[in-house]
Design a protein around this ligand. Structure first.
Ligand SMILES: Cc1cc2nc3c(=O)[nH]c(=O)nc-3n(C[C@H](O)[C@H](O)[C@H](O)COP(=O)(O)O)c2cc1C
Length: 344
């Protein structure tokens, strides 16, 4: 199976990146239906952790954006991840940006994307979740439609929380994609404070309605100076929300500036975001003390890069780009590195 997956990934290198991602997910679905993925899960050691009031079988999760509509939850869930985050989903379906919008920079272990929240909307995602047989920890990441004015953004987030609340183990509020104009402005000043208050109010409303508390995490960008990080940390603590996810992709191109694709607009992920994300986790942990868990994401491509995020103060980690380049064996490697560090 390992060589089959490697051969598939190799063949896919000659296809446009977005087509290759789609074909890989379809092949994974097929392999799952044939029962070929059960071995992956068994190989990953149990390393349970309690975070946000939930028990995760291991601390290594799939980051948002690979399964935006929740169409591949069962297959992705059988790769050994301790949790799977789907989305970003917006209230209404939207096509995203024109293609090409996904670029691989293999020399840097990196991807540039400007997908622009292409997704089928809340109704389709909730239907897919209900049909899935996955019983692990499921996060659902919500965002705003491109056409929604910034001063009405909170309404989109509230609609997202309301729709996914009954079927999510945790919800992520994504204010950090660089590919929706104005979205990242929601990370600063009164816009952030007002949005977090509105999100908290919706969570409380849903808790009263359903009798169930679903924790909410806020996902932030790595492109922040120390003052901005301190502000975000204070606002998060004041909000009463449950966790912070650090980080999304970066708009900085310093690490890849000589690459011919460096000028492509969008968010850069993978190896170049490893250090910026780690710096954010260190700074957030300093400001947050032990008051709020951090989910560390950005540039995990081996056991060392996974473990360093936990050592910097993250309780959980997530992977996207590393999975594309290294395949699902990375999940096992990351869990073993983290579990091994805990035993020292
Ligand atoms: C093609 C692509 C699409 C993404 N889409 C989303 C998304 O819809 N929502 C989100 O919160 N993050 C999205 N991300 C960001 C990842 O979840 C992750 O935060 C970022 O890529 C850094 O992790 P990595 O270096 O392991 O990829 C996307 C990343 C990539 C590469």
């Amino acid at each position: 199976m390992v060589s089959l997956v490697r051969a598939l990934l190799f063949c896919l290198r000659c296809l446009p990146a977005e087509v290759a991602h789609r074909v890989t997910l379809m092949a994974l679905d097929g392999a799952h239906r044939l029962g070929l993925l059960t071995g992956w899960q068994r190989r990953v050691p149990a390393h349970p952790v309690d975070v946000m009031g939930l028990t995760f079988p291991n601390p290594v999760g799939l980051a948002a954006g690979l399964d935006k509509n929740g169409e591949h939850i069962d297959a992705l869930g059988s790769l050994g991840f301790g949790f799977v985050e789907i989305g970003t989903v917006t209230p209404q379906p939207q096509p995203g940006n024109p293609k090409p919008r996904l670029f691989r920079l293999p020399e840097h272990g990196a991807i540039i994307n400007r997908m622009g929240f292409n997704n089928h909307g809340l109704e389709a995602l909730v239907g897919n979740v209900r049909q899935s047989g996955y019983r692990g920890v499921l996060g659902i990441n919500v965002g705003k439609n491109k056409s929604t004015p910034e001063d009405q953004a909170a309404g989109d987030y509230r609609a997202g929380i309301e729709a996914v609340y009954p079927c999510a183990d945790y919800i992520t509020v994504n204010v950090s994609s660089p590919n929706t104009p104005g979205l990242r402005d929601l990370q600063f000043g009164d816009a952030l404070r007002d949005l977090l208050a509105s999100v908290k109010a919706e969570q409380t409303r849903q808790q009263d309605k359903t009798g169930r508390y679903v924790p909410i995490a806020v996902k932030i960008a790595p492109d922040m100076d120390d003052a901005a990080i301190a502000f975000v940390a204070d606002a998060l603590l004041a909000s009463g929300l449950d966790a912070v996810i650090a980080t999304n992709t970066t708009v900085d191109r310093a690490a890849v500036k000589v690459h011919p694709l460096a000028g492509e607009a969008g968010g850069l992920s993978g190896r170049p975001v490893r250090e910026p994300s780690l710096r954010m986790i260190h700074a957030l942990r300093r400001h947050l003390g032990d008051q709020m868990p951090i989910i560390g994401v950005g540039g995990i491509e081996d056991g060392v890069s996974a473990r360093e995020k936990i050592e910097a103060g993250a309780s959980l980690v997530q992977i996207y780009t590393g999975l594309i380049y290294k395949g699902p064996a990375l999940v096992q490697e990351a869990v073993e590195a983290i579990a091994g560090a805990g035993k020292k």
